[in-house]
Each structure stands twice: as C-alpha cells, then as structure tokens.
Design a protein around this ligand. Structure first.
Ligand SMILES: C[S@@+](CC[C@H](N)C(=O)[O-])C[C@H]1O[C@@H](n2cnc3c(N)ncnc32)[C@H](O)[C@@H]1O
Length: 387
C-alpha cells in the first residue's frame, strides 16, 4: 500500500458504505465530485482511485458512512482456509505493532456456523504474523481501535479491507448538543441532496431541533466539507500515511465564508433546542448567518416561495398530540406556504395522513434503526395539492 501515487500504480478498489436506500444519492454525489465511474452495491458504492482520493473522499463526501480500501480478495472452502490465506497478507506493511486494531464486518456464508469465528481467525492471523516476524504482537481494541479492518464473506468469497475512516463519518465533530431525537448527520446530508434543493432558494427547517438539517444544507450551499471539524481519520494510523498529502487536501478546502448563497432559516418551539442549534452553528463561519427563532412553526416569519425540509416530532416525547400537530402543519402549508416545495421525514404514518396533502414522491429511509418515510410535496396556489 503506497500513498504517493504515480501513473503506474495499480488503482485501489475503494468502497464507500452508505445507509439503506441512499446508494444512488451517494453515486450522484460521487459523480459531482468527479468520480464518474462507479458501481452501486447493496448499501455501498464502489469506485477505483488512489490514496489521494481516499483522503479527499473522507473529507469531502457527505453521504458515505465509511470508506474502505480493499487489501485482498480470495475464495475459501473451509474455515481453515480463511486463517491460512489471511496469514499471507503482509499486515506488518499496513500498520505498526504499537497500534491497536480490530476486525469487524459481515458474514453471509454457510462455511461458518458461528459468525463470530471468522473475525477471530483473521485476528489470530494478524497477531501470528507479527509474533512470527517481530516476536511482538499488536493489541486489540474493539471500541476505539487505531486501525480497523473490515471482513466481508459472501458464500466462499472473502474480501478484506482497511476501514480508512475508523469512527463513522457521521461523527462530524460539529454537533456537541443534541435533543431527544436528533437526525443522523449523514442521513440529513443525503436528504438535502435527495430533496432536489437548488442551493439558492430560501431553505427552511421549522422543526430544527439541534440544527442538523440546517447545518448540512448550509455546508452544502457554502461548499464547505461536512467533515471540516472532524480530526479523527483511521488512515492517519496506517504505515503509508502521507501527512503532507493530507495537509494539502485539508488546507485547500473551503472553511470560511462571509456569506451564504441563500437565506437559511430555522425554528423550534423549544428554547433549549434553539440554544443547542445556535451552539452547534457557532462552530462555523456562517453560524450567525443562519436565522433561528424560538417559535412554533406557524409563527415563523418568511414569505413563500421557500424550500422546506424538516423532521417534525414523531412521538409523544416531542409533542403531546402528534395527529393534531401534523393536521395543523398541513393546514399551515396549504394556506400560508404555497407556492413552495416541502420535504418531510417522519416515522409517523398517521402523521403523514393527517397532513392531508398529496405527495409528489415517497421514499423509505432509515434514521438509525427507525424506519421513516421521506415525502415531497409541491404546493401550488389554488387547490391542486389537496387530497
Ligand atoms: C424530531 S425533532 C427534530 C430533530 C432535528 N432534526 C435534529 O437533528 O436535532 C422535532 C423537534 O420539533 C420541535 N417541535 C415540537 N413542536 C413544535 C412546534 N409546534 N413548532 C416548532 N417546533 C416544534 C421539538 O422541540 C423537537 O426539537
């Protein structure tokens, strides 16, 4: 594994993992970043590239959860084959004995009765390789390893990769304050892209909570990488880490803007949530440019047309009567917000029904383990949008 690329080096197989249903959104983002050749897999997109690309993607890609680089791929007939083939990998060329490591991943193979066992076999192969060569072994740290390997077995095919991100990329480093039901940052970035917002129209989140959607929208509009505040990247712990290359990429990224290309407006009925959103926004140069009011959605001051993307409460912890709230939201949208585009993510099917508007698009999405729906509505003046 070499970080300085030249024309002759073999391209790396890079796998960007994503959440269910966002494969085409990630592929679209990659296309925009200049990666025009990509293959969509289940919860992942694959491209080929260099270590420079791996560094860039960890910083610039908003819609991926982690970025893997393939180390080896082979076929096995038995459990023992996995150990033997793993012993042939030059682990000592990938990381130093003083770094901690872990092996995680997914196993879909009848060869293994116990799905934990393959991880143990690869771990043993790594430890035995170091012991044999240096009479010393690296320690395992399952929670916060310096170096993380990904093991994926589908029937007889084994793929071993190094996870160059380490902690998932939704740990952006900007959100210190959250409420009871925060939206995952990567999901928020994917929804902003899925919504089709043109990055120019006034953007509004009337149930902004800790401000995740507002921040991801502002970062996108300003061209600032979503991970600009993140310090941790597992690739920094690999033997081939090229600090100069990373610094050039990191320093070259936009981080400060004096203005945003559009208005970005948020609101939340809870004073506490508004304080949290402001605290999170303060990490960015554009923080003060995003207007947030402590108010109910129907009192927000703005003139249509606007672009609304929001995640209203979906359980009793966040609003006393969900159906009333969604009903009032529907009435407000119909009577006060037309003409506008509106996108809503919620896990409350009854809530969506209570809105009483006909959606122009619906997608099944997940916020962590919570099954949600993402619906888009086009509000026209007149009665076109009524059920
Ligand atoms: C699901 S949370 C939003 C989470 C947010 N997307 C985040 O990432 O932190 C819903 C929010 O709606 C707020 N809320 C409840 N009723 C409201 C109302 N009538 N007007 C505005 N906000 C309201 C709650 O205080 C809560 O913060």
């Amino acid at each position: 594994m070499h970080s300085s690329q030249n024309a002759k080096s073999t391209p790396l197989k890079i796998t960007l993992k994503c959440f269910f249903g966002f494969e085409n959104i990630l592929a679209e983002e990659l296309y925009e970043l200049g990666y025009t050749q990509c293959e969509q897999l289940n919860r992942a997109v694959q491209i080929s590239g260099s270590w420079d690309d791996v560094y860039k993607l960890n910083l610039f890609c908003r819609c991926a959860i982690s970025i893997l680089v393939e180390i080896d791929q082979f076929f096995i007939q038995s459990e023992e084959d996995l150990y033997k083939r793993s012993l042939q990998i030059k682990w000592h060329e990938i990381f130093d004995v003083n770094k901690t490591f872990a092996v995680k991943g997914a196993i879909f193979s009848p060869i293994f009765k116990n799905t934990h066992y393959p991880f143990l076999l690869v771990k043993d192969a790594i430890v035995d390789t170091f012991n044999k060569r240096f009479n010393q072994r690296p320690n395992i740290d399952v929670k916060t390893p310096n170096v993380l390997f990904d093991l994926y077995i589908k029937d007889k095919q084994v793929t071993i990769s190094v996870n160059t991100s380490g902690l998932p990329l939704f740990q952006r480093g900007y959100r210190s304050s959250v409420g009871a039901a925060p939206l995952n940052e990567v999901v928020a970035a994917c929804l902003v892209r899925m919504s089709g917002w043109d990055r120019k129209q006034t953007f509004v989140d009337p149930f902004c909570g800790s401000g995740t959607i507002l921040i991801e929208a502002a970062l996108l509009a300003a061209g600032i990488p979503s991970n600009i505040e993140r310090q941790h990247y597992a690739f920094k712990n690999l033997k081939n880490y090229n600090a100069k290359c990373w610094e050039d990429i990191y320093q070259g990224a936009t981080r400060i803007v004096r203005q945003l290309p559009c208005n970005i407006i948020g609101g939340d009925i809870s004073d506490e949530m508004v304080l949290k959103a402001r605290r999170n926004l303060r990490k960015f140069s554009f923080g003060r440019l995003v207007e947030i009011s402590s108010t109910s959605f129907d009192q927000l001051k703005m003139e249509p047309p606007v672009f609304i993307l929001t995640n209203p409460p979906y359980d009793q912890r966040l609003a006393a009567n969900i159906l009333d709230l969604y009903g009032q939201l529907g009435t407000w949208l119909k009577h006060k917000m037309a003409p506008s585009s509106v996108c809503i993510i919620s896990s409350s099917r009854e809530g969506f029904n209570a809105i009483g508007l006909k959606a122009s698009a619906k997608h099944l999405v997940y916020n962590g383990d919570i099954e949600c729906e993402f619906r888009k509505y086009e509000l026209f003046e007149g009665k076109k949008d009524l059920n």
